[in-house]
Ligand binder design. Structure first.
Ligand SMILES: C[S@@+](CC[C@H](N)C(=O)[O-])C[C@H]1O[C@@H](n2cnc3c(N)ncnc32)[C@H](O)[C@@H]1O
Length: 385
């Protein structure tokens, strides 16, 4: 029997209710969910009871006791997945992605040269991910010295890419809730087939004391892909945490953005940095698909206004319209500098030897830089109009 059919039966036996949808393999994109019939707005497509989840509370006590008390839930779930050789969850394990799927897509497993060529946001997220993995691996390798690093990382990435926000609703578990929101996680069978979109067509996923449910926001035609949203994430985040970027007409990422700090901060004097810091406007300058953020508008005004006038703008006593032209002139310089940096990165990528990483990895990275170039060029175009 097909592994996905077997898994669906297995999930249904555990109380999962699947309504009008089925898994489907998309050419070159892995698995996802499609509508098995025309779906109406407001239909519940999936409900997964709490009893069917893999959570910190389903991890065998013997395993929890072997790991340090402060072990992350990410680590508990990854180690449990690795050590679970029973047939109980066999049908679920059979439909998980392969180690090669992660090797091609997740920057964590890329060649160091490709990692060093990631855009700064993705690179910083990767450093953070490496820090978390290092701590988890230190805990697990001292408790289970026979576990191989590659086997562990594979499970760690399954948990990283296929878990849902979860806090146990049981009163007895309340004092065991993790303090870190990122660690409030559980694996949810069948729900983990859904791919992500940033479009409003995403189905809503809700969590309550009875479990997860996924509902259509509008009609979906038979055969169309059915998506959920993993959150309002930029492509740098999606690339590092999930190993993909949204692209293409209609499939683009409405939440995409690029950081401008590296091209704005060097323009300030030490005194201006102090003044910006004092008013809470030092750094975190962003360009998104529509505009540069308000923080950027405030920060650039310190370069064109006398300080008293700048403070009046910060306090909302002036609308700042008069100096918009001068601000845009600075912004244009910032954007052209950034564009230059991006062109150099793309050139650097194009001159890489063919044995640096895999072609699909280099292609994904190049496409990401081209997206950033597109964001910058659109912003330059808006200023010039
Ligand atoms: C929760 S799983 C979804 C099922 C997954 N596609 C599979 O083949 O098992 C999350 C993973 O799906 C992939 N994914 C999710 N949304 C995607 C999208 N819009 N485009 C391409 N890949 C996507 C990424 O590899 C991500 O790490």
């Amino acid at each position: 029997m097909d592994i996905h059919k077997r898994f669906m039966e297995w999930a249904i036996e555990r109380g999962v209710k699947i309504n009008g949808i089925r898994p489907h393999r998309f050419e070159g994109r892995g698995l996802g969910i499609i509508a098995a019939r025309d779906l109406k707005a407001g239909e519940t497509l999936l409900t997964v009871p709490i009893s069917a989840l893999r959570t910190a509370y389903t991890v065998p006590k013997s395993l929890t006791r072997s790991l340090p008390k402060i072990s992350t839930i990410h680590n508990l779930l990854a180690t449990d997945l690795l050590l679970d050789t029973s047939s109980t969850r066999g049908p679920w394990h059979a439909v998980l992605p392969s180690p090669l799927d992660f090797k091609t897509s997740m920057p964590l497993l890329w060649h160091p040269t490709l990692q060093s060529l990631l855009p700064s946001t993705a690179h910083n997220l990767l450093l953070n991910q490496k820090r978390k993995l290092k701590l988890d691996w230190a805990a697990v390798s001292s408790a289970f010295p026979d576990i191989k690093y590659e086997d562990y990382v594979y499970r760690w990435l399954i948990i990283n890419t296929r878990t849902f926000y979860f806090l146990s609703p049981l009163p007895a578990h309340r004092n065991l809730h993790p303090s870190n929101r990122d660690d409030c996680m559980a694996q949810s069978p069948f729900a983990d087939y859904f791919n992500h979109t940033s479009s409003p067509s995403a189905c809503s996923a809700s969590f309550s004391s009875s479990g997860y449910s996924i509902m259509t926001p509008a009609r979906i035609k038979k055969g169309e892909e059915v998506y959920i949203s993993y959150g309002n994430h930029s492509n740098d985040f999606l690339l590092t945490e999930y190993g993909f970027i949204l692209s293409g007409v209609g499939g683009g990422n409405q939440w995409d953005e690029a950081p401008l700090d590296a091209h704005i901060l060097p323009r300030f004097s030490a005194k201006q940095k102090e003044q910006l810091e004092e008013r809470g406007f030092l750094g975190k300058y962003l360009l998104d698909k529509k505009e540069v953020c308000y923080r950027t508008q405030v920060a650039l005004r310190i370069l064109v206004l006398p300080i008293r006038k700048w403070e009046r703008f910060v306090d909302g006593l002036e609308d700042g319209e008069k100096e918009q032209g001068a601000v845009d002139k600075f912004l244009g310089k910032v954007l052209r500098d950034f564009e230059q940096e991006v062109k150099e990165k793309i050139k650097e990528m194009d001159s890489l030897a063919e044995d640096v990483g895999m072609e699909c990895q280099r292609d994904m990275l190049r496409r990401r830089w081209l997206q950033i170039e597109g964001l910058i060029q659109a912003a330059i175009g808006r200023i010039q109009n």
